[in-house]
Design a protein around this ligand. Structure first.
Ligand SMILES: [Zn+2]
Length: 202
């Protein structure tokens, strides 16, 4: 296998890691692709935290915690087929940190953002991501294989592949906010325009 092929394989597993983690955690993947863009080799996109039903801080925090695990799942899946470059998950780590800070996904004994307890807590979420990747490896392999052949998959297709691997029904997804009005109200209430940015793992 050439170096380029190995890198492409690594990218497919990386994006499949994000997409499968999101799917099994009930988050909505919109699409996943391995297409080279300006400074990325691929991406897996899912809906922003505020798009989900249930507006309490606690609910948002729980969804954000899962999104952090998914952010770590990309490079952890990649690691099992290729040695990633040192900075391969920079954007993912920044995203995990941003989610943690924005939605207060922090340990109780945290005294300030980025202190030792906060860093240790994020490392525990990374360990959860590693476990998830091993547990869901057959699904990740199936999604990565189809991604290598087609380059782009919809979130629905990812769910279909995951269900086929399990041989059962599709895993349930977290319900979305019912109406656009409701969604708009919550967005205004959140008073944070940037919190409406979709989650993009690269
Ligand atoms: Zn990533």
């Amino acid at each position: 296998m050439s170096k380029g092929q190995r890198k492409r394989l690594g990218t497919a597993y990386h994006e499949a890691g994000h997409a499968v983690a999101d799917t099994v955690l009930g988050l909505h993947v919109t699409n996943v692709e391995i297409v080279r863009r300006k400074d990325t080799l691929g991406r897996s996109s899912s809906l922003g935290i505020l798009r989900y039903e249930g507006g309490s801080r606690r609910e948002q925090r729980s969804i954000a915690r899962d999104a952090i695990i998914s952010a770590y799942a990309g490079v952890e899946a990649q690691r099992l087929v290729e040695t990633p470059e040192v900075y391969a998950d920079d954007a993912d780590r920044n995203n995990a940190f941003w989610l943690s800070r924005t939605y207060c996904v922090m340990p109780r004994n945290c005294s300030y953002v980025g202190d030792d307890s906060h860093v240790a807590y994020l490392e525990r979420l990374r360990t959860e991501a590693k476990r998830l990747v091993r547990r869901e490896w057959t699904k990740i392999e199936a999604v990565a294989t189809e991604l290598l052949a087609k380059r782009k998959l919809t979130g629905d297709r990812v769910r279909e592949i995951c269900a086929r691997v399990t041989g059962g029904p599709m895993s349930p997804s977290i319900p979305l906010a019912e109406t656009s009005q409701q969604w708009r109200r919550r967005r205004i209430a959140a008073a944070a325009a940037r919190a409406s940015t979709p989650t993009v793992h690269v």
